[in-house]
Design a protein around this ligand. Sequence first.
Ligand SMILES: C=C(O[C@@H]1C=C(C(=O)O)C=C[C@H]1O)C(=O)O
Length: 424
Amino acid sequence: MAVVRATPNQQPSLAVRTAPLEEDGDLLARLPAAAPLAWLRRGEGLVGWGEAARVDLPAEAAAQGTARFAEAARALRRLMDRAEVDDGVRVPGSGPVAFGGFTFDARSGGSALIVPRVVVGRRGGRSWITTAAPAGGPPGGDPRPDVSAPAPVGPLSWSAGVLSADAWGAAVGAAVERIRAGELEKVVMARDVVAAAERPVDVRTLLARLARDYPDCYTFSVDGMVGATPELLLRREGDEVASLVLAGTRPRGASPEEDARLAAELEESAKDREEHRYAIDSLRATLAPLCDAVEAPERPRLLRLANVQHLASPTRARLRPGVSTLDVVAAMHPTAAVGGTPTAAAVEMIRELEGMDRGRYAGPVGWIDGAGNGEFGIALRCAQVRDRQARLFSGCGIVSGSDPRAEVAESESKLRVMREALTD
Ligand SMILES: C=C(O[C@@H]1C=C(C(=O)O)C=C[C@H]1O)C(=O)O
Protein backbone atom coordinates (compact mmCIF):
# COMPACT_ATOMS: atom_id res chain seq x y z
CA MET A 1 0.00 0.00 0.00
CA ALA A 2 1.28 3.50 -0.81
CA VAL A 3 2.77 5.43 2.10
CA VAL A 4 3.64 9.10 1.95
CA ARG A 5 7.25 9.39 3.06
CA ALA A 6 7.81 12.99 3.97
CA THR A 7 11.25 13.80 2.64
CA PRO A 8 12.37 17.35 1.84
CA ASN A 9 12.01 16.78 -1.94
CA GLN A 10 8.48 15.51 -1.88
CA GLN A 11 5.19 17.36 -2.02
CA PRO A 12 3.28 15.01 0.22
CA SER A 13 -0.43 15.35 0.55
CA LEU A 14 -3.00 13.45 2.56
CA ALA A 15 -6.76 13.08 2.32
CA VAL A 16 -8.17 12.92 5.86
CA ARG A 17 -11.73 12.45 7.04
CA THR A 18 -13.08 12.41 10.61
CA ALA A 19 -16.63 11.38 11.48
CA PRO A 20 -18.41 10.84 14.82
CA LEU A 21 -18.72 7.24 15.98
CA GLU A 22 -21.81 6.06 17.85
CA GLU A 23 -20.00 3.51 20.00
CA ASP A 24 -18.41 3.36 23.38
CA GLY A 25 -16.74 -0.06 23.37
CA ASP A 26 -13.13 -0.73 24.35
CA LEU A 27 -10.82 1.20 22.00
CA LEU A 28 -8.19 -1.53 22.26
CA ALA A 29 -10.66 -4.12 20.96
CA ARG A 30 -10.59 -2.38 17.56
CA LEU A 31 -6.86 -2.86 17.01
CA PRO A 32 -5.53 -5.38 14.50
CA ALA A 33 -2.43 -7.35 15.55
CA ALA A 34 0.03 -5.75 13.13
CA ALA A 35 1.85 -2.64 14.42
CA PRO A 36 -0.90 -1.27 16.68
CA LEU A 37 -0.61 2.38 17.74
CA ALA A 38 -2.08 3.54 21.03
CA TRP A 39 -2.19 6.35 23.58
CA LEU A 40 -4.79 5.69 26.27
CA ARG A 41 -5.69 6.66 29.80
CA ARG A 42 -8.82 5.62 31.67
CA GLY A 43 -10.40 4.24 28.48
CA GLU A 44 -9.97 7.46 26.49
CA GLY A 45 -7.35 8.53 23.97
CA LEU A 46 -6.40 7.31 20.52
CA VAL A 47 -5.73 3.98 18.84
CA GLY A 48 -4.53 3.67 15.26
CA TRP A 49 -3.25 1.27 12.63
CA GLY A 50 -1.70 1.30 9.20
CA GLU A 51 0.61 3.97 7.81
CA ALA A 52 -0.69 6.74 5.56
CA ALA A 53 2.53 8.68 6.08
CA ARG A 54 5.77 7.96 7.86
CA VAL A 55 8.77 10.12 8.74
CA ASP A 56 11.95 8.35 9.87
CA LEU A 57 14.37 10.72 11.52
CA PRO A 58 18.10 10.01 11.34
CA ALA A 59 20.59 9.91 14.20
CA GLU A 60 22.21 13.27 14.85
CA ALA A 61 25.88 14.16 14.89
CA ALA A 62 25.65 16.66 17.76
CA ALA A 63 25.81 15.20 21.26
CA GLN A 64 23.05 17.47 22.61
CA GLY A 65 21.22 17.89 19.31
CA THR A 66 17.53 18.63 18.88
CA ALA A 67 17.52 18.35 15.07
CA ARG A 68 15.28 15.27 15.19
CA PHE A 69 12.51 17.34 16.77
CA ALA A 70 13.02 20.28 14.38
CA GLU A 71 13.02 17.95 11.36
CA ALA A 72 9.90 16.20 12.68
CA ALA A 73 8.18 19.59 13.11
CA ARG A 74 9.08 20.60 9.54
CA ALA A 75 7.93 17.30 8.04
CA LEU A 76 4.72 17.44 10.06
CA ARG A 77 3.99 20.99 8.95
CA ARG A 78 4.52 19.98 5.31
CA LEU A 79 2.13 17.07 5.72
CA MET A 80 -0.51 18.95 7.69
CA ASP A 81 -0.44 22.11 5.55
CA ARG A 82 -1.15 20.10 2.40
CA ALA A 83 -3.68 17.71 3.91
CA GLU A 84 -7.21 17.85 2.53
CA VAL A 85 -9.18 17.63 5.76
CA ASP A 86 -12.87 16.99 6.34
CA ASP A 87 -13.24 17.02 10.13
CA GLY A 88 -16.78 16.70 11.43
CA VAL A 89 -15.72 16.46 15.09
CA ARG A 90 -13.13 19.20 15.72
CA VAL A 91 -11.64 18.31 19.09
CA PRO A 92 -7.98 17.75 20.05
CA GLY A 93 -7.07 14.44 18.37
CA SER A 94 -9.61 14.62 15.53
CA GLY A 95 -8.53 15.37 11.95
CA PRO A 96 -5.00 14.37 10.93
CA VAL A 97 -2.92 12.86 13.74
CA ALA A 98 0.65 11.65 13.90
CA PHE A 99 1.95 9.27 16.56
CA GLY A 100 5.59 9.95 17.44
CA GLY A 101 8.44 8.33 19.31
CA PHE A 102 11.84 9.96 19.75
CA THR A 103 15.14 8.52 20.91
CA PHE A 104 16.56 9.51 24.28
CA ASP A 105 19.97 10.25 22.81
CA ALA A 106 20.36 12.57 19.83
CA ARG A 107 23.02 10.22 18.46
CA SER A 108 20.65 7.25 18.27
CA GLY A 109 18.60 6.55 15.17
CA GLY A 110 15.01 5.34 15.42
CA SER A 111 12.91 8.47 15.99
CA ALA A 112 9.77 8.34 13.86
CA LEU A 113 6.39 9.95 13.16
CA ILE A 114 3.53 7.82 11.84
CA VAL A 115 0.22 9.10 10.45
CA PRO A 116 -2.05 6.03 10.73
CA ARG A 117 -4.49 4.95 8.04
CA VAL A 118 -7.18 4.74 10.69
CA VAL A 119 -7.48 6.42 14.09
CA VAL A 120 -10.30 5.78 16.55
CA GLY A 121 -10.47 8.38 19.31
CA ARG A 122 -12.45 9.10 22.44
CA ARG A 123 -12.52 12.22 24.59
CA GLY A 124 -15.06 13.22 27.23
CA GLY A 125 -17.28 10.29 26.21
CA ARG A 126 -17.38 11.34 22.51
CA SER A 127 -15.92 8.95 19.95
CA TRP A 128 -14.78 9.47 16.38
CA ILE A 129 -13.00 7.72 13.54
CA THR A 130 -10.46 9.26 11.20
CA THR A 131 -9.21 7.73 7.97
CA ALA A 132 -6.16 9.04 6.14
CA ALA A 133 -4.60 8.15 2.79
CA PRO A 134 -2.19 9.67 0.29
CA ALA A 135 -4.31 12.17 -1.68
CA GLY A 136 -5.36 10.93 -5.11
CA GLY A 137 -4.85 7.28 -4.07
CA PRO A 138 -7.42 4.79 -2.84
CA PRO A 139 -9.26 5.84 0.36
CA GLY A 140 -7.84 5.25 3.87
CA GLY A 141 -7.54 1.93 5.66
CA ASP A 142 -10.27 -0.45 6.59
CA PRO A 143 -12.14 1.10 9.53
CA ARG A 144 -13.27 -2.40 10.60
CA PRO A 145 -10.31 -4.69 9.96
CA ASP A 146 -10.58 -8.36 10.69
CA VAL A 147 -9.53 -8.33 14.34
CA SER A 148 -8.33 -11.61 15.80
CA ALA A 149 -8.42 -12.15 19.57
CA PRO A 150 -5.18 -10.96 21.25
CA ALA A 151 -2.85 -13.94 21.65
CA PRO A 152 -1.25 -14.97 24.94
CA VAL A 153 2.49 -14.33 25.11
CA GLY A 154 3.36 -17.92 26.01
CA PRO A 155 6.52 -19.14 27.75
CA LEU A 156 9.37 -16.66 28.07
CA SER A 157 13.07 -17.02 28.65
CA TRP A 158 14.68 -14.11 30.46
CA SER A 159 18.24 -12.93 30.12
CA ALA A 160 20.33 -10.05 31.39
CA GLY A 161 20.60 -6.99 29.20
CA VAL A 162 23.80 -5.09 28.52
CA LEU A 163 24.70 -5.11 32.24
CA SER A 164 23.69 -7.71 34.84
CA ALA A 165 21.91 -6.36 37.95
CA ASP A 166 25.21 -6.59 39.86
CA ALA A 167 27.25 -4.87 37.18
CA TRP A 168 24.62 -2.14 36.96
CA GLY A 169 24.71 -1.72 40.76
CA ALA A 170 28.47 -1.24 40.46
CA ALA A 171 27.93 1.40 37.74
CA VAL A 172 25.48 3.17 40.07
CA GLY A 173 28.16 3.05 42.78
CA ALA A 174 30.62 4.69 40.38
CA ALA A 175 28.04 7.39 39.58
CA VAL A 176 27.51 8.10 43.31
CA GLU A 177 31.30 8.48 43.78
CA ARG A 178 31.49 10.97 40.93
CA ILE A 179 28.51 12.93 42.24
CA ARG A 180 30.15 13.09 45.68
CA ALA A 181 33.35 14.29 43.98
CA GLY A 182 31.31 17.22 42.61
CA GLU A 183 31.17 16.26 38.94
CA LEU A 184 27.39 16.74 38.77
CA GLU A 185 24.32 16.77 41.00
CA LYS A 186 22.07 14.04 39.63
CA VAL A 187 22.21 11.38 36.95
CA VAL A 188 19.48 8.91 35.97
CA MET A 189 20.99 5.47 35.44
CA ALA A 190 19.03 2.86 33.51
CA ARG A 191 19.35 -0.85 32.75
CA ASP A 192 17.69 -3.34 30.44
CA VAL A 193 16.58 -6.99 30.59
CA VAL A 194 15.52 -9.16 27.68
CA ALA A 195 12.57 -11.55 27.34
CA ALA A 196 12.40 -14.01 24.47
CA ALA A 197 9.05 -15.60 23.57
CA GLU A 198 8.45 -18.63 21.36
CA ARG A 199 6.25 -16.68 18.94
CA PRO A 200 5.83 -13.04 17.93
CA VAL A 201 4.59 -11.00 20.89
CA ASP A 202 1.04 -9.71 20.37
CA VAL A 203 1.39 -6.09 21.50
CA ARG A 204 -2.39 -5.85 22.05
CA THR A 205 -2.14 -8.41 24.86
CA LEU A 206 0.41 -6.20 26.62
CA LEU A 207 -1.68 -3.06 26.04
CA ALA A 208 -4.81 -4.65 27.52
CA ARG A 209 -2.93 -5.71 30.68
CA LEU A 210 -1.21 -2.35 31.06
CA ALA A 211 -4.45 -0.39 30.64
CA ARG A 212 -6.17 -2.66 33.19
CA ASP A 213 -3.39 -2.52 35.80
CA TYR A 214 -2.26 1.11 35.33
CA PRO A 215 -5.42 3.12 34.61
CA ASP A 216 -3.79 6.34 35.86
CA CYS A 217 -0.83 5.95 33.51
CA TYR A 218 -0.65 6.56 29.78
CA THR A 219 -0.64 3.22 28.00
CA PHE A 220 1.22 3.63 24.74
CA SER A 221 2.41 1.75 21.68
CA VAL A 222 4.38 3.43 18.92
CA ASP A 223 6.49 1.46 16.47
CA GLY A 224 7.04 -1.43 18.92
CA MET A 225 7.74 0.77 21.95
CA VAL A 226 5.09 -0.36 24.43
CA GLY A 227 4.47 0.66 28.02
CA ALA A 228 2.44 2.49 30.65
CA THR A 229 4.11 5.71 31.72
CA PRO A 230 3.01 7.82 34.66
CA GLU A 231 5.04 10.75 33.37
CA LEU A 232 3.30 13.32 31.16
CA LEU A 233 5.99 15.42 29.52
CA LEU A 234 3.56 17.77 27.85
CA ARG A 235 -0.11 18.09 27.03
CA ARG A 236 -1.07 20.93 24.71
CA GLU A 237 -4.60 22.15 24.06
CA GLY A 238 -4.73 25.53 22.32
CA ASP A 239 -2.21 27.68 24.16
CA GLU A 240 -2.45 25.74 27.45
CA VAL A 241 0.31 23.33 28.33
CA ALA A 242 0.48 20.93 31.26
CA SER A 243 3.18 18.61 32.54
CA LEU A 244 3.44 16.11 35.40
CA VAL A 245 6.85 16.08 37.02
CA LEU A 246 7.79 12.87 38.84
CA ALA A 247 10.92 12.23 40.87
CA GLY A 248 11.32 10.39 44.16
CA THR A 249 10.09 6.83 44.49
CA ARG A 250 9.20 4.14 47.06
CA PRO A 251 7.64 0.72 46.49
CA ARG A 252 4.02 0.11 47.54
CA GLY A 253 3.71 -1.57 50.94
CA ALA A 254 2.37 -5.11 51.46
CA SER A 255 -0.11 -3.86 54.10
CA PRO A 256 -1.91 -0.47 54.42
CA GLU A 257 0.36 0.32 57.40
CA GLU A 258 3.55 -0.42 55.51
CA ASP A 259 2.22 1.50 52.50
CA ALA A 260 1.52 4.56 54.66
CA ARG A 261 4.92 4.28 56.32
CA LEU A 262 6.68 4.18 52.94
CA ALA A 263 4.62 7.14 51.70
CA ALA A 264 5.47 9.20 54.81
CA GLU A 265 9.13 8.25 54.46
CA LEU A 266 9.08 9.42 50.83
CA GLU A 267 7.35 12.69 51.61
CA GLU A 268 9.81 13.46 54.42
CA SER A 269 12.98 12.22 52.70
CA ALA A 270 15.49 15.03 52.15
CA LYS A 271 17.15 12.99 49.37
CA ASP A 272 13.89 12.50 47.45
CA ARG A 273 12.73 16.08 48.01
CA GLU A 274 16.08 17.26 46.64
CA GLU A 275 15.73 15.00 43.61
CA HIS A 276 12.24 16.34 43.04
CA ARG A 277 13.38 19.96 43.43
CA TYR A 278 15.98 19.47 40.68
CA ALA A 279 13.25 18.26 38.34
CA ILE A 280 10.93 21.23 39.06
CA ASP A 281 13.72 23.80 38.82
CA SER A 282 14.86 22.42 35.50
CA LEU A 283 11.30 22.44 34.13
CA ARG A 284 10.78 26.06 35.20
CA ALA A 285 14.06 27.11 33.59
CA THR A 286 13.14 25.28 30.36
CA LEU A 287 9.64 26.71 30.10
CA ALA A 288 10.58 30.30 31.01
CA PRO A 289 11.58 31.38 27.45
CA LEU A 290 8.66 29.52 25.78
CA CYS A 291 5.72 30.02 28.14
CA ASP A 292 4.09 32.54 30.46
CA ALA A 293 2.35 31.94 33.75
CA VAL A 294 4.26 28.80 34.78
CA GLU A 295 2.52 27.35 37.85
CA ALA A 296 3.80 24.46 39.98
CA PRO A 297 2.56 23.46 43.44
CA GLU A 298 4.64 24.44 46.49
CA ARG A 299 4.93 20.84 47.65
CA PRO A 300 4.77 17.69 45.55
CA ARG A 301 1.82 15.31 45.93
CA LEU A 302 1.91 11.55 46.27
CA LEU A 303 1.07 9.55 43.13
CA ARG A 304 0.29 5.93 43.96
CA LEU A 305 0.57 3.32 41.21
CA ALA A 306 0.20 -0.46 41.49
CA ASN A 307 3.97 -1.03 41.74
CA VAL A 308 5.46 2.18 43.19
CA GLN A 309 4.61 5.56 44.68
CA HIS A 310 6.16 8.81 43.44
CA LEU A 311 6.45 12.44 44.41
CA ALA A 312 4.48 14.28 41.69
CA SER A 313 3.99 17.94 40.74
CA PRO A 314 1.32 18.84 38.17
CA THR A 315 2.56 21.97 36.38
CA ARG A 316 0.73 24.33 34.01
CA ALA A 317 1.76 27.17 31.70
CA ARG A 318 0.57 29.29 28.77
CA LEU A 319 2.40 28.88 25.48
CA ARG A 320 3.77 32.07 23.90
CA PRO A 321 2.56 32.83 20.35
CA GLY A 322 4.55 31.14 17.59
CA VAL A 323 5.96 28.40 19.83
CA SER A 324 5.20 24.91 18.49
CA THR A 325 4.48 21.77 20.50
CA LEU A 326 7.62 20.05 19.25
CA ASP A 327 9.66 23.19 20.13
CA VAL A 328 8.60 22.66 23.73
CA VAL A 329 9.19 18.90 23.61
CA ALA A 330 12.69 19.55 22.19
CA ALA A 331 13.43 22.09 24.92
CA MET A 332 12.16 19.86 27.72
CA HIS A 333 13.94 16.69 26.68
CA PRO A 334 15.78 15.22 28.50
CA THR A 335 14.22 16.35 31.78
CA ALA A 336 16.10 15.82 35.00
CA ALA A 337 13.74 12.86 35.59
CA VAL A 338 15.45 10.84 32.86
CA GLY A 339 18.75 12.68 32.23
CA GLY A 340 20.05 14.49 35.28
CA THR A 341 21.47 17.82 36.41
CA PRO A 342 23.29 19.49 34.74
CA THR A 343 21.91 17.89 31.59
CA ALA A 344 25.00 17.78 29.36
CA ALA A 345 27.22 16.24 32.04
CA ALA A 346 24.50 13.74 32.93
CA VAL A 347 23.99 12.62 29.32
CA GLU A 348 27.76 12.14 28.97
CA MET A 349 27.89 10.07 32.16
CA ILE A 350 24.93 7.97 31.00
CA ARG A 351 26.75 7.18 27.75
CA GLU A 352 29.86 6.26 29.64
CA LEU A 353 28.46 4.22 32.55
CA GLU A 354 25.31 2.54 31.19
CA GLY A 355 27.08 1.06 28.21
CA MET A 356 23.85 0.69 26.23
CA ASP A 357 21.83 2.51 23.61
CA ARG A 358 18.56 3.50 25.30
CA GLY A 359 16.83 3.67 21.91
CA ARG A 360 13.43 5.27 22.48
CA TYR A 361 13.35 4.40 26.20
CA ALA A 362 13.16 7.66 28.22
CA GLY A 363 12.43 9.60 25.03
CA PRO A 364 9.23 11.52 24.24
CA VAL A 365 6.35 9.37 23.00
CA GLY A 366 2.82 10.45 22.09
CA TRP A 367 0.70 12.11 19.43
CA ILE A 368 0.12 15.46 17.79
CA ASP A 369 -2.75 16.70 15.61
CA GLY A 370 -2.92 19.16 12.71
CA ALA A 371 -3.58 22.10 15.04
CA GLY A 372 -0.59 21.25 17.25
CA ASN A 373 -2.67 19.84 20.08
CA GLY A 374 -1.19 16.70 21.50
CA GLU A 375 0.22 14.70 24.38
CA PHE A 376 3.75 13.46 24.86
CA GLY A 377 4.81 11.28 27.74
CA ILE A 378 8.26 10.06 28.62
CA ALA A 379 8.63 6.44 27.50
CA LEU A 380 9.10 4.73 30.88
CA ARG A 381 7.87 1.39 32.29
CA CYS A 382 8.17 0.10 28.76
CA ALA A 383 9.73 -2.41 26.42
CA GLN A 384 10.83 -2.34 22.81
CA VAL A 385 9.06 -5.28 21.19
CA ARG A 386 10.55 -6.78 18.04
CA ASP A 387 8.95 -9.93 16.79
CA ARG A 388 9.59 -12.55 19.51
CA GLN A 389 11.74 -10.34 21.71
CA ALA A 390 10.96 -7.67 24.29
CA ARG A 391 13.70 -5.49 25.72
CA LEU A 392 12.58 -3.97 29.03
CA PHE A 393 14.07 -0.81 30.51
CA SER A 394 14.04 0.93 33.86
CA GLY A 395 16.06 3.66 35.47
CA CYS A 396 16.56 5.50 38.75
CA GLY A 397 17.60 9.01 39.69
CA ILE A 398 21.00 8.89 41.41
CA VAL A 399 22.07 11.66 43.81
CA SER A 400 24.87 11.90 46.40
CA GLY A 401 22.82 10.01 49.01
CA SER A 402 21.86 7.08 46.76
CA ASP A 403 22.53 3.50 47.87
CA PRO A 404 23.28 1.21 44.88
CA ARG A 405 21.50 -1.77 46.47
CA ALA A 406 18.32 0.25 47.01
CA GLU A 407 18.53 1.48 43.40
CA VAL A 408 18.77 -2.08 42.06
CA ALA A 409 15.62 -2.89 44.07
CA GLU A 410 13.89 0.24 42.74
CA SER A 411 14.82 -0.64 39.16
CA GLU A 412 13.25 -4.08 39.76
CA SER A 413 10.01 -2.45 41.03
CA LYS A 414 9.85 -0.41 37.83
CA LEU A 415 10.60 -3.45 35.63
CA ARG A 416 7.62 -5.21 37.23
CA VAL A 417 5.24 -3.24 35.04
CA MET A 418 6.42 -4.89 31.82
CA ARG A 419 7.40 -8.21 33.42
CA GLU A 420 3.78 -8.62 34.51
CA ALA A 421 2.36 -7.36 31.21
CA LEU A 422 4.38 -10.10 29.49
CA THR A 423 3.23 -12.81 31.89
CA ASP A 424 0.12 -14.82 30.96
C1 LIG B 1 13.63 6.57 34.91
C2 LIG B 1 12.47 6.05 35.35
O1 LIG B 1 11.63 6.72 36.20
C3 LIG B 1 11.93 8.04 36.58
C4 LIG B 1 12.74 8.08 37.81
C5 LIG B 1 12.14 8.21 39.06
C6 LIG B 1 12.98 8.16 40.31
O2 LIG B 1 14.19 7.94 40.23
O3 LIG B 1 12.45 8.32 41.42
C7 LIG B 1 10.76 8.41 39.17
C8 LIG B 1 10.00 8.55 38.08
C9 LIG B 1 10.59 8.73 36.77
O4 LIG B 1 10.81 10.08 36.56
C10 LIG B 1 11.99 4.71 34.90
O5 LIG B 1 10.89 4.32 35.28
O6 LIG B 1 12.71 4.05 34.12
